[in-house]
Design a protein around this ligand. Structure first.
Ligand code: NAD
Ligand code: GLY
Length: 363
């Protein structure tokens, strides 16, 4: 079992990564300063796979438990489903010390966190991530949100969890596409953190593809440690937290143009990452071999290198609706070298258009 501390003063918390963690989560709840009730928020697939064993383990917490399952996928990150969670919380008479517990991927995590942030001006919140993407990224750092027709994650808050329990065993049942999606964020973190990470991943690609739990434990804890340091230094994304958006400017536009169905978040990140690295070669002096290594890794894990199903012109226009755009200028995270990210505002639109066109050709 591995423990990573997110240092945020009074709001500091632990991320625990390991196997068979449901009982530990129950113990944490039993020993915590909570009132007698808890609400578990999951999605329908995770409910079918894990709600039985999770709720059974949680009985040891001594809390009265209720649960709500939302539909799978982005459609659940909506005001409608946040409303259903508030209704359930009111019906079950949850108070300000009743924990909201997210069991599932980034979707239930973001939604449950958003509901917790706003219910009675802030209820406690625990994350039990069951996708690789949520274990290495979404469950840590306190960004919680729902979507608006005008854009993804447009309505949200910063609301840190009290703890994160990343049970690696749950990754065994993850569909191949969702597993690969999480690996895209892992590769992104490897680019940001440097320190031989890309070589580490390349050298273990077969073990990673086989979902070896020992290697996954190392990967989840290393990603969380990197994110914990970044978040501890810049919780509200005024500076270094922007680095975590490497590849995401292109990715968000590709995802949106694909109607959140054609490409998963991770698939869009894979393509967006290659775009950011191409721009980094031109505007930050990144050596070309980095993009080559990243392409090799993405291919090894079945991730796309191009996104030929979306239209370049429309995607280019969508780029400018990015939340990170300030005064109509896009903010880019680039890489000077692995481990050396930087932020640049307002790259020449023609260079961006050309890079995007190359990313969106049929692969
Ligand atoms: P997700 O939650 O939709 O999960 C993907 C699919 O996997 C779903 O169908 C789910 O039912 C299924 N699933 C989950 N766990 C499973 C398991 N163990 N076995 C089998 N199936 C399982 O998506 P995701 O990829 O985890 O997260 C994507 C979301 O996370 C996006 O909404 C994105 O915006 C958000 N996100 C948030 C942050 C953040 O910092 N808050 C960071 C990155 C991404
Ligand atoms: N996933 C980006 C962040 O948490 O800031």
């Amino acid at each position: 079992m591995r423990l990573i501390r997110v240092e945020l003063g009074e709001r500091s918390y632990n991320v625990v990564a390991g196997e068979g963690l449901f009982p530990l989560c129950a113990q944490f709840l039993r020993e915590g300063n909570y009132s007698g009730k808890a609400l578990v928020i999951t999605d329908r697939t995770v409910e079918r796979l894990y709600a039985g064993s999770f709720m059974a383990a949680l009985r040891e917490s001594g809390l009265a438990l209720s649960q709500i399952a939302v539909p799978d996928g982005e459609e659940a990150k909506s005001l409608e489903w946040a409303g259903k969670i508030y209704d359930k919380a009111v019906e079950e008479k949850l108070d300000r010390r009743s924990p909201f517990i997210a069991l599932g991927g980034g979707v239930p995590g973001d939604l449950a966190g958003f509901a917790a942030a706003t219910y009675m001006r802030g209820a406690p919140f625990l994350q039990v991530p069951t996708t690789l993407l949520a274990q290495v990224d979404a469950s840590v750092g306190g960004k919680v949100a729902i979507n608006h027709p005008a854009g993804k994650n447009m309505i949200g808050a910063f609301h840190q969890p009290d703890a994160v329990f990343a049970d690696l065993e749950t990754l065994k049942t993850l569909p191949a596409r969702d597993y690969a999606s999480g690996l895209a964020e892992v590769i992104k973190t490897a680019c940001l953190d440097g320190g031989g990470w890309l070589d580490f991943l390349l050298g273990r690609r077969d073990l990673i593809a086989a979902r070896d739990l020992k290697v996954l434990g190392e990967i989840v804890s290393r990603c969380c440690r990197y994110k914990a340091l970044i978040v501890a230094g810049d919780e509200r994304e005024q500076g270094q937290r922007m680095f975590l958006n490497l590849g995401h400017t292109f990715a968000h536009a590709i995802e949106a143009e694909g109607g959140f169905r054609l490409y998963t978040h991770g698939e869009a990140v894979a393509v967006g990452l290659l775009g950011a690295l191409a721009l980094s070669e031109e505007f930050a002096g990144l050596q070309k071999n980095v993009r080559q290594e990243v392409s090799e890794l993405l291919s090894a894990f079945g991730l796309p290198l191009t996104a030929g199903k979306v239209d370049p012109g429309r995607t280019f226009a969508t780029l400018w609706r990015d939340k990170k755009a300030l005064n109509n200028k896009l903010r880019w995270v680039l890489l000077k070298a692995p481990g050396e990210p930087l932020v640049k505002d307002g790259l020449p639109p023609e260079a961006v258009r050309e890079t995007l066109a190359a990313l969106l050709k049929d692969g």
